[in-house]
Design a protein around this ligand. Structure first.
Ligand code: NAD
Ligand code: TYD
Length: 334
């Protein structure tokens, strides 16, 4: 099978390609990535020479490039996006362009070339924010209520993907996943920012009161959910994907990371809160479990420790990125 992965030099995309080439050595993977600030060719170095893998530097908004790459492809796995909420606060424009227009260009091309499956990777953030301690969870029936420009652009792309199924019969599937963590995540994001700050001897930064809750999933579990949908999922269907953490606050996550480093709470610095900061995310993943037999396998505690070890051993990967990400935070006062 010939698969087009978009955004395969990013965090989840590069982990997906690594997993897929190993498990399905006869499949061919094309990786179309623009290499924005979030795309790191170094994340692909261990599989770059695989004869079944090819990297194409290009923009999903460029229909000429997209058309030439989609030709002959059976499956599209669409990760490419602007993904960082904080950047969407500073400048929402690129989120509209890549996430909405780029997705539309890919859909058009997939339809023209008779792609057999278009899998769209999305987020639980399209559903908005839940109250702390409400016990509620997002499900496939939850009404969209995005509250950041990132979430709004992803929500829009989800609607376009579904429209191409309803209107033109393009065989699409969608996964809306919760927060991922693991190797090769840019040090701009919460968990790798804390780990790399601690390695460099700085305090960890907590926005606001630190009571915000995220639903954390180890990246390989997300990839296995995508695999389940690609191999067993039904065209037209959406599946929610989430982790095993039970309402764990950012402050609690920070304390766990500090414990791994043998540090105490004096290494926490509370900084300005994020504008429009979503309070709580929680995902009901019972549909994908019931219909496709997927459930998360990696518990948070031990895989957080393994993730810390990975960052300790791979300074060559994140050191050059750290300066750039801290420039952004200096600008934002965080
Ligand atoms: P990332 O920011 O690490 O990587 C995004 C990749 O897309 C980068 O390699 C970048 O160069 C590429 N890209 C951006 N704009 C492009 C364009 N116009 N053309 C081609 N390539 C472009 O993102 P990630 O964390 O790996 O997320 C991947 C996908 O998963 C996204 O669609 C995101 O919305 C979704 N998602 C992420 C999470 C998470 O916790 N990281 C959770 C749920 C869903
Ligand atoms: P992030 O990794 O940006 O993911 P998302 O906003 O998509 O959930 O942030 C996760 C949570 O951590 C979010 O509530 C914001 C918070 N946060 C901090 O408290 N400190 C930080 O330094 C960062 C980057 C995030």
């Amino acid at each position: 099978m010939k698969i087009l992965v978009t955004g395969g030099a990013g965090f989840i995309g590069s982990n997906f390609i690594r997993y897929w080439l190993k498990k399905y050595p006869n499949d061919e993977i094309l990786n179309l990535d623009k290499l924005t600030y979030a795309g790191h060719i170094e994340s692909t170095s261990d599989f770059a020479e695989n004869p079944n893998y090819k990297f194409i530097k290009g923009d999903i908004c460029d229909s000429g490039t997209v058309d030439s790459v989609v030709e002959g492809v059976e499956t599209v796995v669409h990760f490419a996006a602007e993904t960082h909420v904080d950047r969407s606060i500073v400048g929402p424009g690129p989120f509209v362009v890549t996430n909405v227009i780029g997705t539309h260009i890919l859909l058009e091309s997939a339809l023209r070339h008779g792609v057999k499956r278009f899998h769209h990777i999305s987020t639980d953030e399209v559903f908005g924010s839940l109250e702390l301690d409400s016990g509620k969870k997002f499900s496939e029936k939850t009404i969209y209520d995005p509250r950041s420009a990132y979430a709004a652009s992803k929500a829009s792309s989800d609607h376009f993907v579904r429209a191409y199924f309803q209107t033109y019969g393009l065989p699409i599937t969608i996964t809306n996943c919760s927060n991922n963590f693991g190797p090769f995540q840019d040090p701009e994001k919460f968990i790798p920012r804390m780990i790399t700050d601690l390695i460099e001897g700085r305090d960890v930064k907590i926005y606001g009161d630190g009571k915000n809750v995220r639903d954390w999933l180890y990246v390989e579990d997300h990839i296995k959910a995508i695999e389940a949908v690609l191999t067993k999922g039904q065209p037209g269907q959406t599946y929610l994907v989430g982790g095993m953490t039970n309402d764990i606050s950012n402050l609690e996550v920070a304390k766990m990371v500090l414990k791994i480093f043998d540090k105490d709470e004096s290494s926490i610095k509370f900084v300005k809160d994020r504008l429009g900061h979503d309070r709580r995310y929680a995902v009901d993943w019972s549909k994908i479990e019931k219909e496709l037999g997927w459930k998360p396998e990696h518990d948070f505690d031990s895989w957080l420790e393994k993730t810390v070890s990975w960052y300790r051993k791979n300074e060559w990967w994140w050191k050059p990125l750290k300066k750039e990400s801290e420039k952004l935070y200096a600008k934002m006062g965080q």
